[in-house]
Design a binder for this molecule. Structure first.
Ligand code: HEC
Length: 94
């Protein structure tokens, strides 16, 4: 499993949910992530998320509860677990 997970770097294989980067790109624009983090992840006013190496669990926690006054929270009603997996898969291609 460790080998599989490291081979599938852009896929959230370890959680059992596979992210689709193409859908992730759609969510990235739809939820205005690009408005703050920039279309390339490092060209917005907010900290860079380009080449993010977060686990999917950590990423999901970040979306659900940000400790930030700037970044909005994204509850499950806005971004499902699957959408989050798609998003992360997309962000890893940035
Ligand atoms: C209104 C601006 C804004 C929007 C919209 C926004 N973010 Fe953020 N984001 C921030 C700011 C500011 C930070 C840094 C402060 C913090 O860590 O909470 C951040 C932090 C993050 C982090 C943590 C980075 C790290 O290295 O710890 C991730 C991951 C992230 N954002 C992803 C996203 C995703 C995915 C979306 C869209 C669903 C999004 N953000 C939408 C402003 C925004």
């Amino acid at each position: 499993m460790v080998i599989v997970c490291s081979l599938l770097a852009t896929v959230t294989a370890c959680s059992g949910l596979e992210g689709d980067p193409q859908k992730g790109e759609r969510w990235y624009n739809m939820h205005n992530c690009d408005g703050c983090h920039g279309p390339s992840g490092n060209d917005g006013g907010s900290p860079s998320i380009k080449g993010l190496t977060m686990s999917d669990a950590a990423f999901l926690r970040r979306l659900r509860k940000t400790d930030s006054i700037t970044m909005p929270e994204f509850p499950a009603s806005k971004i499902s677990k699957q959408d989050a997996a798609d998003l992360l898969a997309y962000i890893k291609t940035l």
